[in-house]
Design a protein around this ligand. Structure first.
Ligand code: IMP
Length: 409
């Protein structure tokens, strides 16, 4: 029996992880985030009501789940409180019983946001202060939530350069205090009690600080290893690792995107797929599915299966392409490398498949998909060399086709 499932982005974030986590959360006991901060935007649509979560795990929309914000995150206290408030205004219960925040998570200060806005424009960051907060963490000059709790120890001292001591900041932290717990102890106790845990990844493998297209990456480990360091559990506790990939590629912000479409097809996909950032509203760049990139994600994360999302967006295209190689200096490269020299100067080698015209609304089984859509899925599966277990054909919970039950709880 699958006890714990990790959900990891296989591309540049925005793969539709929010929807899949919400779908899987129904049968989970705990949903835990381990990386990033409010640079993430997980969009969940339930009965025509859209909720975008930035910091709080997507399990919050289900009753009776414990949602954990791990030590691996960086937290803007104001944003966390606003998110709690917004959910409460929608009638969703958010209390220290169903939301727990690690005291070891680092705080995003105003100076971090300012620095991100001023210095990181060339990277196209979300300007939420993420990078500078992680920089201070690694430089050992950061401030953790626990440091506020131990305020005699830290908050009253003058040693934190640029620390906002305003009353508003202090009162934000006071309001967060009831949610702060030792989440490492908590999650390990829950594991010992055989509770089912869903690990909610943010961003994607190609934005990972170590494995992504550096320096055009985020400042945390969005890959599977981030779960261990971002929550304090061992790798053997992760039973299944699911990778989420869009049926095409999108990227917000700068950095290489070998399959980028700068034509009408790209515009059509952007419009149909509503490809605008959930956090910043920026238009997302569009590209064909890049099998090299996604195969790399399969390897880096030891993926067990793939969730393919937004297949419906490709309806109505005459031809659909899959990138199966990069042509660089007259050589064909078949394995992905995050060497920016190659990624920026290569030409994608494509395989072309026939598209389909049918709208996918109302389809409940894989078998009922148009033949060419099935062929597209099967070809991706072949190239990835692991099963596709779920195909998502729309934002609603019931627009989810299950191909393989063994990767569910
Ligand atoms: P940062 O995480 O704000 O430092 O931004 C670094 C890069 O990651 C930029 O290209 C952002 O657009 C991108 N990024 C960060 N978070 C997300 C996300 O949740 N989805 C998609 N892109 C993201």
């Amino acid at each position: 029996m699958t006890k714990n499932i990790a959900v990891i982005g296989m591309q540049f974030g925005d793969e539709g992880k929010g929807k899949i986590i919400d779908f899987l959360a129904e049968k989970a006991d705990v949903v835990a985030r381990f990386n990033g901060g409010n640079n993430a935007g997980h969009t969940i649509k339930v009965n025509d009501e859209t909720t975008i979560l930035h910091l709080i795990p997507s399990g919050i929309l289900h009753k009776g789940k414990i949602n954990i914000i791990g030590n691996g995150l960086v937290i803007d206290p104001k944003v966390l409180l606003e998110e709690i408030e917004k959910l409460r205004n929608k009638g969703i219960k958010v209390t220290p019983d169903n939301l727990v925040v690690s005291g070891n998570a680092h705080i995003i200060l105003e100076k971090h946001i300012k620095e991100d806005k001023e210095k990181n424009k060339h990277l196209g960051t979300t300007a939420r202060g993420i990078g500078p907060a992680y920089t201070d963490k690694v430089a050992r000059s950061g401030m953790r939530l626990i440091d506020y709790i131990n305020k005699n120890n830290v908050l009253e001292k003058q040693s934190f350069s640029g620390r906002r001591k305003s009353e508003a900041f202090s009162s934000d932290l006071k309001n967060i205090k009831p949610f702060i717990k030792n989440t490492t102890l908590l999650i390990n106790n829950l594991l010992n009690k055989n509770k089912k845990i869903l690990f909610e990844g943010a961003q994607g493998t190609l934005l990972d600080i170590d494995f992504g297209t550096y320096p055009y990456v985020t400042s945390s480990n969005a890959t599977v290893g981030g779960i261990c360091t971002g929550l304090g559990i061992g790798p053997k506790k992760i039973d299944k690792v699911l990778g989420v990939a869009k049926a095409y590629t999108t990227r917000v912000g700068n950095g290489p995107l070998p399959t980028e479409l700068k034509d009408e097809v790209g515009k059509k996909i952007q419009k149909t797929g509503n490809e605008f950032g959930a956090t910043t509203g920026r238009p997302r760049r569009i590209g064909w599915f890049d099998a090299l990139m996604c195969k790399y994600s399969v390897i880096v994360n030891s993926l067990d299966a793939i969730v393919l999302t937004k297949l419906d967006v490709l309806s109505g295209l005459e031809k659909i392409k899959i990138c199966i190689g990069y042509k660089h200096k007259n050589k064909i490269i078949k394995n992905f490398s995050n060497n920016s020299e190659i990624l920026e100067n290569c030409e994608p080698v494509y395989e072309e498949l026939n598209g389909w015209n049918e709208n996918l609304d109302g389809i409940k089984n894989f078998e009922d998909l148009p033949e060419n859509a099935k062929k597209y899925i099967k070809r991706i599966e072949e190239l990835m060399e692991i099963p596709i277990s779920i195909v998502s054909i729309g934002p609603e919970r019931n627009q989810t086709l299950i191909l393989k039950k063994e990767f569910l709880f």
